[in-house]
Ligand binder design. Structure first.
Ligand SMILES: Nc1ncnc2c1ncn2[C@@H]1O[C@H](COP(=O)(O)OP(=O)(O)OP(=O)(O)O)[C@@H](O)[C@H]1O
Length: 211
């Protein structure tokens, strides 16, 4: 089944055309990089893919299903920003609350995912006490915890230290080896070069293939 099919996708806010007639088809699992200057439209593009932003025109299909507003696509995990966590609760409690929506994974799996991204699963401190890098790791844990077949990651290495970057690179390559498709927006050319099978550029809201 086709993984992603995007046809003529546009997003206009007032007179500003943020995305202009984007077409993209992804048929093969792999890691797809998205590069582009600050403000070029990468985050808006990703948010549109998951139904958080409603396009002005065009269509998006993920695993054959049309994306609709507010209906998060199944088999999809996303890291779009890490500000959505409930700051008064621990990382574990946050993931548990999110996991209770679909009820696909149990407590042991949640703890394993936390350890996988380098967080202490027994840490009871609230997220308000987390460093930026820890929040980023928690965001990655949230994105991957339900074993999605498609993963959309907006700058996942933000605020990570060197070993964190190395851990997450390896994690993404492991997921790719398991057949997961990953869309990765990054400003880090090393991440793009090391990880991506194909690279796209967004420039002034238009998408083109780089390699
Ligand atoms: N919710 C919104 N409503 C209106 N305009 C928005 C909204 N979010 C982003 N924009 C505008 O859309 C354009 C693209 O922003 P976007 O965040 O997608 O860029 P980006 O490529 O992700 O940038 P960066 O590399 O800095 O993360 C910018 O001009 C921004 O001001």
């Amino acid at each position: 089944m086709q993984i992603i099919k995007i046809a003529n996708l546009s997003k206009k806010v007032k007179n500003h055309e943020i995305l202009k007639g984007i077409n993209l088809e992804i048929d093969e699992p792999g890691i797809y990089g998205f590069i582009g200057r600050n403000g070029s439209g990468k985050s808006v593009f990703f948010k549109t893919l998951v139904g958080l932003i409603v396009p002005s025109a065009g269509s998006i299909n993920i695993f054959g299903d049309a994306i609709e507003k507010g209906k998060f696509p199944k088999d999809l995990g996303a890291l779009l920003d890490t500000s959505g966590f409930l700051k008064q609760y621990s990382g574990y409690r946050n993931l548990k609350i999110l996991a209770s929506i679909l009820n696909k994974i149990d407590d042991v799996e949640i703890k394993n995912i936390l350890e996988l991204v380098g967080l202490d699963s027994n840490d009871t401190r609230p997220v308000s006490k987390y460093s930026l890098g820890m929040k980023q790791r928690l965001g990655i844990a949230q994105a991957i915890m339900e074993n999605p077949k498609l993963l959309i990651l907006d700058e996942p290495m933000n605020a990570l230290d060197e070993s964190g970057v190395e851990d997450i690179r390896n994690l993404l390559l492991d997921l790719k080896a398991k057949g997961v498709t990953i869309l990765l927006a990054s400003h880090n050319s090393e991440d793009i070069q090391l990880l991506c099978d194909s690279v796209y550029k967004i420039e002034n809201g238009e998408l083109s293939i780089v390699s």
